[in-house]
Design a protein around this ligand. Structure first.
Ligand code: B16
Ligand code: MG
Length: 215
């Protein structure tokens, strides 16, 4: 029986990918190469330092660790400038109703995100109070597809993996959920998310009870 839901953040609750993209693009251009929206797809759900490695690989650049840390910090400063201008209007359609639905049914709610900025984003969107637990990039050492972030989420909710449902938009996140023994709903299109138990485009016109019937 499902007693808790664990949500990824970027791509599930809010589209922060577009701000990551703008900040990474600026860094790439300062290094003298282009970074496209298609390239940005490779960074979804991936940690900050791994994202930088992918970006440098695209531009054919090699940097020492110290410079990489400095660039990652600069990118994050830029990203935060965008994030701190976000408003609750940017919460993806249907999310608030779905969280309210879970709350009314006493289903526990956790966040399971790779982002180290997750708390800032939840606060900015006035969503913090919905969450019984927040596991983010500051609390895990192993990136998705390692299941650590979701296992810690379940533990914080005092539930077993089989009692939790994970919502994820990235392939590595779906794999992380499956590797941890969770049921998983993919948010997006079937091409990349085929391993999920159920795939939907978003949270509009869906209820918790309906999802339970479908998974
Ligand atoms: P930060 P998620 C992920 O969020 C993003 O999808 C990914 O693009 C980003 O690099 C990662 O967070 C780390 O973010 O730089 O804020 O620590 O999908 O796991 O919620
Ligand atoms: Mg995501």
């Amino acid at each position: 029986m499902i007693k808790g839901c664990i949500f990824d953040l970027d791509g599930v609750i809010v589209d922060t990918a577009k701000y990551h993209y703008l900040a990474w693009k600026e860094l790439a251009e300062s290094l003298g190469f282009a970074f496209t929206e298609k390239d940005n797809e490779r960074l979804k759900g991936v940690s900050r330092m791994r994202s930088l490695d992918i970006l440098l690989e695209i531009g054919g650049k090699q940097l020492d660790d110290e410079t990489k840390l400095k660039f990652a910090e600069n990118k994050n400063k830029k990203y935060l400038e965008y994030i701190l201008k976000m408003t609750p209007d940017e919460i993806l359609p249907g999310i608030i109703n779905f969280l309210e639905d879970l709350r009314s049914k006493n289903i526990k709610i956790a966040l399971g995100s790779a982002s180290k900025n997750a708390m800032t984003i939840l606060n900015q969107l006035n969503l913090t109070n919905y969450f019984n637990a927040v596991i983010d990039g500051t609390k895990v050492s192993n990136a998705k597809p390692d299941p650590e972030v979701f296992l810690k989420g379940a533990e914080a909710l005092n539930l077993k993996p089989e009692e939790c449902l994970v919502f994820e938009d990235a392939e590595a996140g779906i794999e992380a959920a499956i590797n941890g023994g969770f049921k998983c709903v993919g948010i997006g299109s079937p091409e990349n998310l085929s391993k999920a138990n159920y795939i939907m485009s978003g949270f509009e016109d869906i209820t918790f009870d309906k999802i339970i019937e479908l998974i």
